[in-house]
Design a protein around this ligand. Structure first.
Ligand SMILES: Nc1ncnc2c1ncn2[C@@H]1O[C@H](COP(=O)(O)OP(=O)(O)O)[C@@H](O)[C@H]1O
Ligand SMILES: [Mg+2]
Length: 274
């Protein structure tokens, strides 16, 4: 098979030279044995420490779909987006390097490395394991403010994250300002209207999914007003909130339906395969 490789280094700081030597090629990254922190259909993630520095290395072992033959891949999108966040001062994990092995336009294998944000936890983990965080009104206020500012920045560029769940927001609990950072954005896109409008509502709905369990209505409203950069709700804001609520309800119904379909399948299976 005719394969060719591309490597890219984003931060040429000498503090990363040991890492860049260690993961200088696709082969070195794929041979490396380490306990996996996560694994999905196309990628897996592990951590690597060199001295005081921690890195997160995501290996993509597959690119799927017809479009992948035209050069589209989640890997490419993820590095493009993470790099754009870094360049535009949108708080995010810093890209250190990436490499891909291609067969014509199709990415066969690839990896990307980000600098570890070591004193952070993802917001989902905080919600599940340390919900007392939300009892601290000052830190919760800062969290709400920082997250709303990030989303405001993204949407000001007509960029939608498209996977804006709490697990993809890193929160630095140790910082006085409760800093928030973006990671893991392989489905984010710059979009034209009217697609932008629809996906913007989706971002808001994803973020709000777990919110009712941990935040008061006033805190959620504070988030929305900061996101809109306004003091009180205008007519357009109310319409937007209604659209977010509708989006969440539709998703719940879709999920229940698929749950029901699954139940029917299990009943049929048990009846006919005894
Ligand atoms: N640069 C980073 N700094 C700190 N933690 C990270 C970093 N990158 C990933 N993580 C941790 O690893 C988890 C999974 O990473 P992510 O990029 O979201 O992978 P996946 O595609 O498997 O969801 C995150 O929720 C976070 O806890
Ligand atoms: Mg993730």
């Amino acid at each position: 098979m005719m394969l060719h490789s591309h490597n890219r280094i984003y931060i040429t700081d000498p503090k990363h030279s040991a890492l860049l030597n260690k993961f200088a090629s696709i082969e070195s990254a794929f041979k490396h044995n380490a306990p996996l922190l996560s694994r999905s259909e196309q990628s897996e993630l592990f951590k690597h420490e060199i001295g005081q520095q921690t890195y997160f290395i995501k290996r993509y072992y597959k690119s799927r779909g017809v479009l992948s033959w035209l050069g589209y891949s989640r890997f490419k999108n993820e590095i493009r987006n993470q790099y754009w966040f870094n360049q535009n001062n949108i708080p995010s994990a810093k890209l250190v390097s990436s490499a891909e092995q291609k067969f014509f336009l199709k990415t066969i294998k690839s990896f990307l490395i980000t600098e570890g944000l070591t004193s952070t936890k993802d917001l989902n983990e905080i919600a599940n394991n340390a919900p007392a965080f939300f009892k601290d009104f000052k830190r919760t206020y800062l969290l709400i403010n920082n997250t709303a500012q990030i989303l405001r920045q993204l949407h000001a560029h007509q960029f939608c994250h498209n996977d804006l769940h709490w697990r993809n927001l890193l929160v630095d609990e140790s910082s006085k300002t409760t800093d928030v950072y973006l990671i893991d954005c392989p489905s984010g896109h710059f979009l034209p209207w009217p697609l932008f409008h629809y996906k913007r509502i989706k971002d808001l709905a994803n973020l709000d999914k777990q919110a009712p369990k941990f935040l008061s209505r006033t805190q959620r409203l504070r988030f929305f007003l900061t996101y809109r950069g306004s003091q009180r709700l205008a007519r357009a804001d109310k319409q937007m909130i209604a659209a977010v609520i509708r989006h969440k309800e539709h998703r719940k119904i879709r999920k229940q339906k698929s749950g029901f379909a699954l139940l029917m399948y299990q009943i049929k299976f048990n009846l006919f395969h005894q």
